[in-house]
Design a binder for this molecule. Structure first.
Ligand code: ZN
Length: 159
């Protein structure tokens, strides 16, 4: 089977019914199937849907952003954080390397900052209300790059 690029609109909610994200007001989101571009539980289900299909897809944490790892929660002295102002919910990379882990500030005191290296959605069961808007064959370039191109693609090239 030729690799596919799938475009879809979505509304993402957690298991408390809180809306976390959606594609409303923008182009549908496009991704290369089976390339690890989106969470596995959603990738697999979307490949089974025809264009025009609306579906509610429930994805368990294990098939989404994985379980929480409490070992990724660390406390560091306030003085070690280079930012002048720190707020709960701030996210930043642990080094200038673009591949460095992203951490979230989850607690603060005058002397200590608690940093959580888990993905914000780790441990969450997620619900996606989706509508598939297009399915097409991937181009050779997309297959070589391992991601979709064009409007709605998560990835863009500067050139
Ligand atoms: Zn590319």
């Amino acid at each position: 089977m030729k690799p596919k690029v799938i475009s879809f609109h979505y509304v993402l909610t957690n298991n408390r019914g809180e809306k976390l994200d959606s594609s409303e007001g923008g182009p549908p989101f496009s991704f290369l199937a089976d390339a690890g571009q989106i969470i596995p539980g959603l990738d697999r289900e979307l490949q089974t849907l025809p264009v025009g299909e609306k579906r509610r897809i429930n994805v368990k944490a294990a098939d989404a952003y994985g379980p929480r790892d409490e070992q990724l929660v660390i406390k560091v002295p306030r003085a070690r954080i280079p930012a002048a102002e720190i707020r709960i919910g701030d996210r930043f990379r642990t080094s200038r390397d673009a591949r460095a882990a992203v951490v979230t500030v989850t607690a603060l005191s005058d002397t200590e900052v608690t940093l959580d290296g888990n993905h914000p959605l780790a441990g969450e069961d997620l619900t996606f209300d989706v509508e598939v808007t297009a399915v097409r064959e991937a181009t050779a370039e997309e297959i070589a790059h391992g991601h979709a191109h064009g409007p709605g693609a998560a990835h863009t090239h500067e050139s």
